[in-house]
Design a protein around this ligand. Structure first.
Ligand SMILES: NC(=O)NCCC(=O)O
Ligand SMILES: [Zn+2]
Ligand SMILES: [Zn+2]
Length: 467
């Protein structure tokens, strides 16, 4: 692999931006400084580019059974899409088999990724059956390099749904074990009742997905999870925060000094409830949970990112084809598989709608896409920074690149894109994974199977120290 010297670019980290060269050797960053001598290194011209640590997406669902079908992207197409968006590491949800163990889920996900992944990866375990035995198994995840579990307060009537007493006990165990608890915070009982009432009224269209999951239902569950975590004494990560009401609960927890991390996702900034109301069955393309909200919620979410109430920006990439998958719910919105693709668009949405529009700055861009992800998901400082000793995961970001999204120019395996026709201004020109050129100008150059499993360990950063 040899030595590479990135010259003439502007290094952007969560701490700031400055003109500097970056020297890379044998998969690692060796030094960052002004006018570094080449000394035999191959030079990479980074003039006009922002040189950033590779982006980390702590929220993807590749090759995952869900809603009676399996996500459209596997580890080959899903990591290609990630790479084309500047993402060099993902943390994917290994779904526990209802009859299986947590360790079994990690092993199964390892088999799915092996030979396919183009980028580095880790796993959370998504718990589907929190029995006594499974609770007792939680601490052993650390031995597998897994530092987090996700527990679902929603999806009543499916194995994912977890009652409060089990969630609470898992929090106590996780606190002792040093495992991060992530929650899908929506009140599953109330949603089930509202869905039943909607179907009885004959309300079958996609927009009823949102109308049966109102903001209060997310805010209430968010508050409940925060309070339970406080009693259990454990840090908490609330994923896919969609609305101002839930964010207010998180903000209050921060004012009280509680360690609550929170994530929002591109779909909540790029789309709104209006997209669920598109003509015919088109709204199904925008069904995800929590649902898309009225557009006024976007402004508080942007503010949450800028002031640090929302420390990470994950894609929640959970792709389903329109034909044959979203269509499963043509006559009943409750049967539409939940989820949107977004692993490719994540950073471009954030740059185009956030940095260019002055809603967040460049440092926050890097923090929520990379540095805070590495810290919260237990990979820092190996990942998430450009500093000596870090993996040489590098994005050369072209702030002026223009890409208009079409199904054809997406790198995933989905028959539609919710971003159809949207023009992104700013995107990755080239991406390096551990010092190897993996993507350039729309072309995937990495080899399948070149991505490596990353063992993670959770060392809870206090919310205040996150950028
Ligand atoms: N978010 C969504 O709609 N689908 C993926 C599963 C989840 O994250 O709850
Ligand atoms: Zn979820
Ligand atoms: Zn998800």
């Amino acid at each position: 692999m040899g030595r590479l010297l990135f010259t003439g670019g502007t290094v952007v980290t969560a701490e700031g931006s400055y003109r500097a060269d970056v020297l890379v050797e044998d998969e690692k960053v060796v030094s960052v400084g002004v006018d570094l001598p080449a000394e035999g290194a191959e030079e990479v011209d980074a003039r006009g580019r922002l040189v950033m640590p590779g982006f980390i997406d702590g929220h993807t669902h590749m090759d995952m059974p869900f809603g009676g079908t399996v996500t459209a992207d596997d580890w080959a197409s899903g990591t290609a899409a990630a790479l084309a968006g500047g993402t060099t590491t993902i943390v994917d949800f290994a779904l526990q088999d209802v009859e299986g163990t947590l360790g079994g889920a990690v092993e199964e996900w390892g088999r799915k990724a092996e030979g396919k992944a183009l980028i580095d990866y880790g796993f959370h375990v998504a718990i589907t059956n929190l029995t006594g035995e499974i609770k007792a198994e939680i601490p052993s995840l650390k031995d597998r390099g897994v530092s987090s579990v996700k527990i679902f307060m929603a999806y009543k009537g499916t194995p994912l749904y977890t009652a409060d007493e089990d969630l609470f006990e898992a929090m106590q165990i996780a606190r002792e074990a040093g495992i991060l608890v992530m929650v899908h915070a929506e009140n599953g009982d109330v949603i089930a009742k509202l869905q039943q009432q909607a179907l009885e009224r004959g309300d079958f269209a996609p927009r009823f997905h949102a109308l049966t999951r109102p903001e209060e239902v997310e805010a209430e569950a968010t508050n409940r999870a925060i309070q339970l975590a406080e009693v259990a004494g454990c840090p908490l990560l609330v994923v896919h925060v969609s609305c101002a009401a839930a964010l207010e609960e998180i903000h209050r927890a921060h004012e009280l000094g509680q360690t609550v991390y929170a994530e929002t996702c591109p779909q909540y900034l790029a789309f709104s409830y209006d997209d669920l109301c598109r003509e015919g069955f088109e709204g199904a393309k925008y069904v995800c949970s929590p649902p898309l909200r009225d557009s006024w919620n976007r402004e508080p979410l942007w503010r949450g990112l800028q002031i640090g109430d929302l420390q990470i920006f994950g894609s929640d990439h959970c792709s389903f084809n329109y034909r044959g998958q979203k269509e499963l719910g043509r006559d009943d919105f409750t049967k539409i598989p939940n989820g949107l693709p977004g692993v490719e668009e994540r950073a471009m949405v954030l740059w185009t709608l956030g940095v260019r529009e002055g809603k967040i700055d460049e440092r926050t861009f890097v923090a929520v896409l990379s540095t805070n992800q590495a810290k919260i998901h237990g990979m820092y400082p190996r990942k998430g920074t450009l500093a000596p000793g870090a993996d040489a995961d590098i994005v050369l970001w072209d702030p002026d690149l223009e890409i208009t999204a079409t199904v054809e120019n997406r790198h995933g395996n989905v028959d539609y894109t919710p971003y159809q026709g949207m023009t992104f201004r700013g995107g990755p020109a080239a991406v390096y994974v551990r010092g190897r050129l993996a993507y350039r100008d729309g072309e995937i150059l990495a080899e399948h199977g070149s991505g490596r499993y990353v063992e993670r360990a959770f060392v809870p950063p206090s919310v205040g120290v996150l950028a």
